[in-house]
Structure formats: C-alpha cells, structure tokens
Design a binder for this molecule. Structure first.
Ligand SMILES: Cc1cc2nc3c(=O)[nH]c(=O)nc-3n(C[C@H](O)[C@H](O)[C@H](O)COP(=O)(O)O)c2cc1C
Length: 319
C-alpha cells in the first residue's frame, strides 16, 4: 500500500492535520462526544459560543425538527469565559488537536475584552468571532449584517490578540460578499460561512410558535445548497481562506465545499444525528483521495469547473 494522502491544510496561519472541524454549538466544550471517538483525530474543535459572563440562553422549547433541518433558538447559553478557562480548558488541553474558541459579545468592547482575556490563556489556538447568531437580541447577528460594524468588531479582536482570527458570517444578508470583504480588510485571517438561516415553525393546534423565541436559526441538510452557494460567492470575493459549513452530512457533502474552494469544513447538526459523522468524513476523504490518486487534499480545493458559466454574473434568470 502506498503512503496515505496528506489531508493537512492551513487556515489563516493555523496548520491542521485534516480539514474536518467540529462546529460551534454542536460539540459542547469538546467533551461531549469523547465516548464515540478520540477528538484528537479532528482537524480542530470549535467550542460552544462563549461570552464574558455566563448566559442562561432562551427559555424552552428551543429546538424544533423540520423536514431535513433543525430550528434552534438556544440564545447562546454558555458558562462564560472564566468558567471555561478554569473548568473545561485543562481537559481540552490533553486533546492533541487545536481548540478554537467561538466568542460573542453584546457590545464591540465586549468582543475586545474577550479577545484580551483569551490572549492570556495557553491552549487556545485561534478565535472564531460569531457575528451571526440570530437568537440573541443584542450582539450576534446585529454585528454581522452591517459591513462597518462587522469590520469594527473584527478590528477590535484582531488588535487584542496574536492568535488567528476567523470571522463567522451570517447568511441573513442581501450580499454576503460585502461583509466578507469588510472583515477581510479589517484583518480577519479566515472566514467561516455560514451560520444558520432565520426560520420559524407554528403549532397549528395551539396557534403558537413552536419555539418560545418565536424565530430560530435553521441548520442541517435543508440549508446545504444555500451554504454552498454562499461559500462559492465568498471564495470569489476574498483572498483569505474560507471554512465552509451548513448541512454537511457525509464526505461527499464535504467534497462539494472543498471543490468550490473552502479550505476546510465544519460538521454541525450532523453531530446531533450521527455523532460519528466527522470521523466518517475523514475516512471518506482519505478513501476518495486514494481512489482518485490525490496525494494532497489541497489538490481538490477550489477546482470547480464552470467553463466560465456563471449565470448570476451574466444576469440570467434562474426560473
Ligand atoms: C444547537 C446549535 C447551537 C449552535 N450554537 C452556535 C454557537 O454557539 N456559535 C456559533 O457560531 N454557531 C452556533 N451554531 C451554528 C452552527 O455552528 C452552524 O453554523 C450551523 O448550524 C450550520 O451548520 P450545520 O447545518 O452543519 O449545523 C449552533 C447550531 C446549532 C444547531
């Protein structure tokens, strides 16, 4: 048997052994799926979104299943940065893969304070900024829908850390490329695309929304074509690496994102359905590379063939 393909990639200065990451909010603080596999095998782990102070999140019900998807309105419930550093980070440090903290603030200053706090801590490889959560009133998505504010948050975090900064964008905008360019100019080293799409569901018997928060964020296979399209758009708009996510369930989904140009991918909702998904994707990518005689995964990144046919650029109608 020949040598195994090299799956390692570089995301904004962070070298990871394979392009498969656990997405924030679906992998707890890195300790939830350890009974299924060794998390050291993942490219990186992105922990649940953290804030300066602990947050209870929204009242229940905060999760609803929809056809091919999941609506959540967790509201960024988390233990806060201090408890994370004291209680969770020591055991995470034993995992031999980079740990990325996903952070959010209620104000621009809070994002800066979070970055400053994380800078003092060993064992955190990079910061993913969430400016895209649809489920909190202040902060979250409000920062991700305006290019100036998105740039301001990015700039504050970048100025307060030496760690790579990844900005996670919301799909709930008219033109995602404007926000992508704004955060790139503000110093982001990578961009994650995408967070959840706004949605809702109604209980016809009670005439009430199924989520106590009324609206939530849609994730899972239902959003994959939209996420893929947004990754395609962002890859064309910026030079920094793009991390793709949204509805990835198996290695072929992952390959679609890599082919359109994502440097790495994240597994989110799939973790809640089949906890072994990320491992199956790593195996699937390895086998695919062997079958296709690909010695390095980078050979498949951004190889989308369109023959110059981009109907959006041409202004063609799609129906
Ligand atoms: C239950 C749940 C909690 C989430 N919590 C966070 C979070 O704390 N921070 C964040 O940036 N994204 C969060 N997300 C969004 C996911 O990381 C991901 O961007 C989104 O679900 C789309 O990917 P998927 O379809 O693979 O799940 C959460 C998603 C779910 C389903």
């Amino acid at each position: 048997m020949g040598a195994l393909p090299d799956l390692s990639v570089d995301i904004g200065g962070l070298r990871i052994k394979n392009p498969v990451l656990a997405a924030s909010g679906t992998f707890g603080y890195g300790d939830e799926l350890t009974c299924f596999y060794d998390p050291s095998l993942l490219g990186a782990i992105i922990v649940k979104g953290l804030s300066l102070r602990p947050m209870p999140g929204n009242p229940p019900p905060r999760i609803v299943e929809t056809p091919c998807g999941l609506l959540n309105a967790i509201g960024l419930a988390n233990i806060g940065i201090e408890a994370f550093v004291e209680e969770k980070l020591p055991s995470l440090a034993t995992i031999r893969t980079p740990v990325i903290t996903n952070i959010y603030g209620h104000t621009v200053e809070e994002y800066a304070e979070m970055a400053e706090r994380i800078e003092k801590v060993d064992g955190i490889a990079a910061i993913e900024i969430n400016i895209s959560c649809p489920n909190v009133e202040e902060g979250g998505m409000a920062f991700g829908t305006d290019p100036d504010t998105a740039a301001m948050v990015t700039d504050e975090v970048v100025r307060n850390t030496t760690k790579p900064v990844i900005v996670k964008l919301t799909p709930n905008v008219t033109d995602i490329t404007i926000i992508a360019r704004a955060v790139e100019s503000a110093g982001a080293q990578a961009i994650s695309v995408t967070n959840t799409l706004l949605g809702m569901a109604v209980d016809v018997a009670t005439r009430r929304p199924k989520l106590a928060n009324v609206i939530g964020g849609l994730s899972g296979p239902a959003i994959k074509p939209i996420a893929l399209y947004l990754v395609h758009k962002v890859v064309e708009a910026v030079k920094i690496p793009v991390i793709g996510l949204g509805g990835i369930m198996d290695y072929e989904d992952a390959l679609e994102f890599l082919i359109v140009g994502a440097r790495a991918i994240q597994v989110g909702t799939a973790n809640l359905i089949n906890p072994n998904t990320a491992m199956e994707i790593i195996t699937g990518l390895t086998d695919f590379c062997i079958r296709e005689n690909i010695s390095n995964i980078n050979q498949i990144i951004g190889v989308l063939e369109t023959n110059g046919e981009d109907h959006e650029k041409k202004g063609d109608r799609k129906n």
